[in-house]
Design a protein around this ligand. Structure first.
Ligand SMILES: [Fe+2]
Ligand SMILES: [Fe+2]
Length: 358
């Protein structure tokens, strides 16, 4: 007989509401920015492309997609404990990052209404999509007798301030990496349906098109600001943001290797493919991309993941605060060292071949 999972062994705020995972370097962040500076942005240099992308967002191709069809109407109690815990962690992480996007876009849409109506409209569409994504994930959590209290999260998470330029770089990259993450899982599941233990993955194909369009909007916005791709300083920033996003992705995938193995996905191959594809895609927006073919590129990223794993183990250990503090220093220093090695690798200039990049 299958036992009902009335008391899932996860920390809860109140009955059925999961306590948010402790914030670490890798938990999705909540952002705020200088809204007045965004309102003042002159987007006329790329107005045509922006208008075309916004028309795509307005068309709302996925308005009927996020529906819980008959496949969801069943009990999931047969899923093993190990699978369930790894999946809940995935759902929580994904839901938090979708919701973080929703909050930022919603606020941008609200604050830009008067002085930048076109951007306000665009951010409104982005917020609409992210709310759907977060809501759908939260309903999936409810299938496992849990949900995330998004109101609690809104009030209690720390908000990180990013100037508008950083927001454009990081959100562009996170939308595009999000696209590749979802589409590669979808393609894998389509080829190996035996791993499809829950119907969420079937939704990913159209879902990731939302993320792709969001990325296209940020790309058009980025190209409307020549200082974000033309200057030598912008090249240094682009290298930094590409590297940070790829390091964070590697750390996350390796930290959750078990989850990918449950899906029948090889964590290292998946990580490498997501990074390679995202890097190639970024050539459409950025003046340069990283050289993922360098023989040490992925090796250094993985060294960062190994050091990060040690950091997490240290944090969880019973050691005192002072001991932890001193033992963390060499681990953090070594992550910075490996990141620096990747940062200093000669990047691939793509601005010169812009016309040829598809
Ligand atoms: Fe999303
Ligand atoms: Fe998105």
């Amino acid at each position: 007989m299958i036992k009902a999972l009335e008391n899932p062994p996860v920390e809860k705020l109140k009955s059925g509401v999961k306590a948010p995972t402790q914030e670490t370097l890798l938990t999705p962040r909540f952002y705020t920015t200088d809204f007045a500076a965004v309102a003042k942005m002159d987007i006329s240099a790329n107005a045509e492309e922006l208008q075309a992308v916004i028309a795509e967002l307005k068309a709302d191709y996925n308005r009927h997609h996020f529906v819980r069809d008959a496949e969801f109407e069943q009990s999931w109690n047969h899923i093993s404990e190990e699978k369930r815990l790894a999946f809940i962690d995935f759902l929580e992480r994904s839901c938090t990052s979708e919701f973080s996007g929703f909050l930022l876009f919603k606020e941008l849409s609200r604050r830009l209404k008067e002085n930048s109506p076109l951007l306000s409209e665009a951010f409104g569409y982005l917020a609409r999509d992210e709310a759907r994504h977060a809501g759908f994930l939260n309903k999936s959590m409810a299938d496992f007798n849990l949900s995330l209290d998004l109101g609690y999260l809104t009030k209690n998470r720390t908000y990180t301030f990013f100037p508008p330029e950083w927001v454009i770089y990081t959100v562009y990259l996170s939308e595009k990496i999000g696209y590749w993450r979802y589409i590669l899982v979808y393609r894998h599941m389509a080829a190996h349906p035996e791993y499809q233990f829950y119907p969420l993955f079937r939704k990913f194909e159209s879902w990731c098109q939302d993320e792709n369009r969001h990325g296209d909007f940020f790309k058009a916005l980025l190209r409307s600001q020549p200082q974000l791709w033309k200057s030598w300083r912008s090249k240094l920033w682009v290298r930094f943001f590409l590297l940070s996003v790829f390091v964070t992705h590697t750390m996350t995938v390796f930290e959750r290797a078990e989850f990918y193995e449950i899906l029948g996905i090889h964590p290292r191959q998946y990580n490498n493919q997501v990074i390679e594809e995202t890097n190639k895609t970024a050539a459409r927006a950025f003046p340069l991309i990283l050289n993922t073919n360098h023989p040490y590129f992925f090796w250094y990223l993985e060294q960062c993941a190994i050091q990060n794993h040690k950091l997490i183990a240290l944090e969880k250990s019973q050691k005192g605060v002072i001991a932890k503090f001193f033992q963390k220093i060499p681990l953090i220093a070594s992550i910075i060292w490996y990141m620096l090695r990747v940062y200093l690798m000669k990047p691939i200039e793509v601005e010169v071949t812009r016309g040829e990049v598809k």
